[in-house]
Design a protein. Structure first.
Length: 182
């Protein structure tokens, strides 16, 4: 087997899978949190709405402003990354410093940690909600979230995203996923 091709322009199917699973995770996570409204009332609805707002803002507004502007895809002409956010970043973010790109994983509230938090939060909250408010539907949603998360970290990121990324040699996430030499 040879080394994976590096993409200047990710296939539309890869972008659809990446963003589709991300959005699906956020929506199902919001539904899991909404189940707490049966126990917590309007506070549960507020938590679900805040979660959905935070997750979407973090991924589709803050990520382009904080991370994408430092990425190689921001500077390349006719380039499209796995999330497609480099195109959005070019429209409303100023160019950053490529040397700052690895800092996306530095600090407690770094963009990487906030992104992982947005994926893990509904799973972690779903367990006590399930204990206090068991239903087969909630159990199914919780299991589906876990499968989505596992699929993201075991298939999508290492085989579809990071392995083909031009930034994989400087990205801390790619280093953790072990795809630099693939």
């Amino acid at each position: 087997m040879g080394k994976a091709a590096l993409y200047n322009w990710y296939p539309v199917s890869s972008i659809a899978v990446y963003n589709g699973t991300t959005l699906l995770h956020f929506v199902v996570g919001g539904l899991v949190l909404l189940f707490s409204s049966r126990f917590f009332g309007t506070m549960g609805i507020a938590v679900a709405a805040l979660y959905l707002s935070f997750s979407l803002l973090e991924m589709y507004v803050m990520m382009p402003r904080q991370v994408c502007r430092n990425c190689v895809y921001f500077r390349l002409e006719n380039a499209l990354c796995i999330s497609g956010l480099n195109v959005a970043a070019k429209r409303f973010a100023k160019p950053g410093n490529p040397e700052d790109f690895p800092r996306r994983a530095t600090g407690v509230f770094c963009p990487n940690n906030l992104y992982i938090f947005s994926l893990a939060f509904p799973i972690a909250c779903g367990i006590p909600i399930l204990v206090f408010n068991f239903s087969p539907l909630l159990l199914s949603l919780e299991l589906f979230l876990f499968v989505l998360l596992a699929t993201r970290f075991m298939i999508i990121i290492p085989r579809l995203a990071c392995v083909h990324c031009l930034s994989k040699f400087v990205c801390p996430q790619a280093g953790l996923m072990g795809v630099r030499e693939k």
